[in-house]
Design a protein around this ligand. Structure first.
Ligand code: ADP
Ligand code: MG
Length: 696
């Protein structure tokens, strides 16, 4: 029977209970699924240590020697068994805190000791080592790299630990001798010098040596990334082929009137280029799905507005969806002031819109009286109906994944054109996966006259000096943001911090007016405070991260971030982007406590070193590493990643994408006999992905 058909229950070392656990915990159903559960590390069991060569905590060592003596120490719960072990030259202590009744230590027996040393009172010891009489050790154990598997708590409690997993895998190895059907064509294997599937699966579990293990990993990573790309590109292509888009070929009065008579400044070259790219999509007859990346302050709003004008010129309505009410408000204000004196009608719809107003807006949208609707996305997504919606702009949403977008597309038989604008530049690997189904435009140029923001990192003990600096700035007519972290888990304390901060600033700056804004305030109060700051009535704004995205007050020149160690890189970059929007030199001051972890220090150093959002986004992904992958998954990768990593396998991902693209370009539906292999594997993977979401 093929491994892909073989139920795990009947495999050696599995049985009903463990099979159930493997299904539930790992979504493993067939023998083949099981082979795709890969080790997360290997331990070299061909190597033996001398006690005096032990130098690292937390790496496994293997020593041959004898037990000298042992005794039980402590009482009750604190009881433990301690033994002295020697390799003939030096001694090391072995400790057991439980399970001592199963130990049967004997003097004069040659043991193989295996465990993780740790340093205690300047002496090495090993807690709960494996200790086996050497002549009973299975020689295959010692032949090389031993695989270690991640197992959940539930699995461990069901006696399905890493070792049991290894034994099950070992039982499967003979099955591989027959060879497995390939999942990559012979062409691909030779073109990219990849190991074949059977060899790769053998070597990923029980590597012949390190180079074989590396080749196996490379092949399996490639396969994973390749199929993700193939799926994304196939969907993208089929959407392009099947979903007709509204045709918007005209550049008419609204666009031209705005461009020639109302534009407050010259567009940057990058803005012009991006508008042309979008325009080409709009007139192509195919539905647009485009991601607009541009660093904070690069002028994405204006680009969006001009695209909305194109929609109007072609008889369509447009809407702009923002993630927060503050931002929706602000867009509305900027846009309506830019559009004053034109014939374009703009309306705002947010949570604060009254029921009566809302009814009026709904009617206006249906009649087609409203050209452009600006609002928060929850509101627009669900209830609102348009007469003729042609373009949707989604602003500042870097987690608007494939799934959410699919919801928009499903709304209408003829879906509107979609432009997603991101708050923070997206690392290339994410752009190719989570956003891999979108075309990408980049604004890589800031409006002229901007001075790069200067960033400083201080310990919060330097407050007096900083206050003097703030005072200077305020006297020169500038304004200042002071931002505090606020997280759900710690909300109470954080709000107290914020309020203390507010009080502190009012005391330190009696000559100034201070505003305070946080997410718990009523929307109307929040707006009123924001407005006071935006109009210059208050000089200092003490706030939580509600101001993180999009807020635009060009006269503000200093961003002070309190407890900066609690913010992630992309958040810090966003916050910094609130200043440097006018002609004045701007500053970002990151305050942290004195003692910092290495990772935090690196984060601060990167912020000080660069203003380049792309570099920061890459560094962010590197620093946060695989921990972030879960979040990525939720925003919609077609299949889970078992072995490849979006933070470290960027290059391989590029190669895999190209390989997938070559295939899809030739044969979008994978109809050709040569591509049957891919189609079949995609079906298999899709089935697994569905299973998975059904249980989780
Ligand atoms: P973001 O890309 O972060 O959304 P905004 O659209 O908010 O940036 O633009 C930031 C600021 O730059 C705004 O004050 C906007 O009016 C201004 N701006 C946009 N384009 C230009 C330009 N071509 N020349 C000068 N200022 C511009
Ligand atoms: Mg913006």
């Amino acid at each position: 029977m093929e491994l892909s058909q073989q139920d795990i229950t009947y495999l050696k070392g599995v049985g009903t209970k463990r099979a159930e656990m493997l299904r539930k915990e790992l979504n493993v159903h067939t023998a083949l699924d099981l082979l795709y559960i890969f080790p997360y590390k290997y331990i070299d069991r061909s190597k033996f240590y001398k006690i005096r060569d032990i130098s690292d905590e937390d790496t496994y060592v293997q020593i041959i020697g004898e037990v000298l003596d042992w005794n039980t120490l402590g009482v009750g719960k604190a009881q433990r068994l301690s033994a002295r072990f020697t390799d003939g030259e030096d001694e090391i202590e072995l400790v057991w805190f439980k399970g001592t009744q199963y130990l049967n230590l004997q003097r004069g027996v040659r043991y193989l000791l295996f465990g993780k040393p740790s340093l205690f009172n300047h002496h090495w010891n090993i807690a709960h080592p494996e200790l086996q009489p050497f002549d009973k050790v299975n020689p295959t154990t010692l032949r090389g790299l031993e695989p270690h598997y991640n197992t959940s708590e539930k699995m461990k409690s069901g006696l399905l630990n890493s070792k049991a997993m290894m034994n099950i895998m070992a039982g499967l190895m003979p099955e591989l001798e027959k060879g497995l059907p390939e999942t990559l064509s012979a062409d691909l294997l030779s073109k990219y010098h990849l190991m074949n599937l059977t060899e790769s699966l053998k070597n990923i579990h029980f590597p012949a040596d390190v180079p074989h293990m590396q080749k196996a990993r490379e092949r399996l990573k490639f396969e994973e990334l390749f199929y993700i790309q193939l799926q994304i590109l196939r969907q993208m292509r089929s959407r392009q082929l099947n979903s007709e888009g509204f045709r918007m070929p005209r550049v008419g009065h609204s666009f031209n009137d705005f461009y020639f008579n109302h534009l407050p400044f010259q567009l940057t070259g990058a803005q012009k280029r991006v508008i042309r790219e979008i325009q080409a999509d709009l007139k192509s007859g195919q539905q647009m799905n485009r991601l607009l990346q541009g660093d904070v302050g690069s002028g994405k709003t204006l680009v969006a507005l001009m695209c909305c004008l194109l929609a109007k010129d072609n008889g369509y309505q447009a809407c702009v969806m923002a993630p927060t009410e503050i931002l929706a408000n602000q867009h509305f204000q900027t846009v309506s002031s830019m559009l004053s004196g034109t014939d374009v009608s703009v309306t705002l719809l947010t949570g604060s819109t009254t029921k009566k107003q809302r009814e009026k807006i709904h009617a206006g949208l249906l009649r087609g009286d409203i050209d452009l609707l600006i609002g928060t996305h929850a509101l627009i997504e669900d209830v609102v109906q348009f007469q003729n919606l042609g373009l949707v702009v989604i602003d500042e949403q870097h987690r608007f994944g494939v799934a959410q977008r699919a919801k928009l597309w499903a709304k209408n038989i003829n879906p509107p054109h979609v432009l997603v604008m991101t708050a923070t530049p997206i690392p290339r690997t994410l752009a190719m996966t989570v956003y891999g189904d979108l075309s990408v435009s980049v604004i890589d140029e800031l409006p002229p006259g901007r001075k790069p923001i200067q960033t400083f990192h201080y310990s919060n003990q330097r407050r007096d000096a900083i206050n003097n600096f703030l005072r200077q700035q305020i006297r020169a007519g500038r304004q200042v943001y002071v931002v505090y972290p606020l997280i759900e888990e710690n909300k109470k304390m954080d709000l107290i911090d914020l309020e203390n901060g507010y009080r502190y600033m009012t005391e330190q700056f009696p000559e100034c007016r201070v505003s305070m804004v946080h997410g718990k305030m009523r929307a109307s109060d929040k707006d009123a405070e924001m407005q006071r700051f935006a109009s210059g009535e208050t000089q200092i704004l003490v706030a939580t991260t509600v101001i993180e995205v999009g807020v635009n007050v060009p006269n503000a020149s200093v961003m002070v971030v309190e407890n900066a160690e609690r913010f992630g890189l992309s958040q810090l970059h966003q916050l910094r982007g609130r200043v440097g929007r006018g002609a004045d030199q701007s500053y970002c001051i990151l305050l942290t406590r004195v003692e910092l972890s290495k990772e935090t220090r690196q984060r601060m150093d990167i912020m000080v070193a660069t203003n380049d959002g792309f570099r920061i986004a890459e560094a962010d992904l590197q620093l946060r590493g695989p921990g972030d992958l879960e979040g990525t998954q939720q925003s919609g990768l077609p299949f889970e990643l078992h072995i490849a990593s979006l933070s470290t396998d960027g290059q391989l991902l590029e190669v895999a994408r190209q390989a997938a693209k070559d295939i899809i370009d030739d044969d979008p539906n994978l109809d050709a006999p040569a591509n049957y292999i891919y189609r079949q594997r995609l079906d298999q993977l899709t089935l697994r992905a569905i299973d998975w979401s059904a249980i989780s």
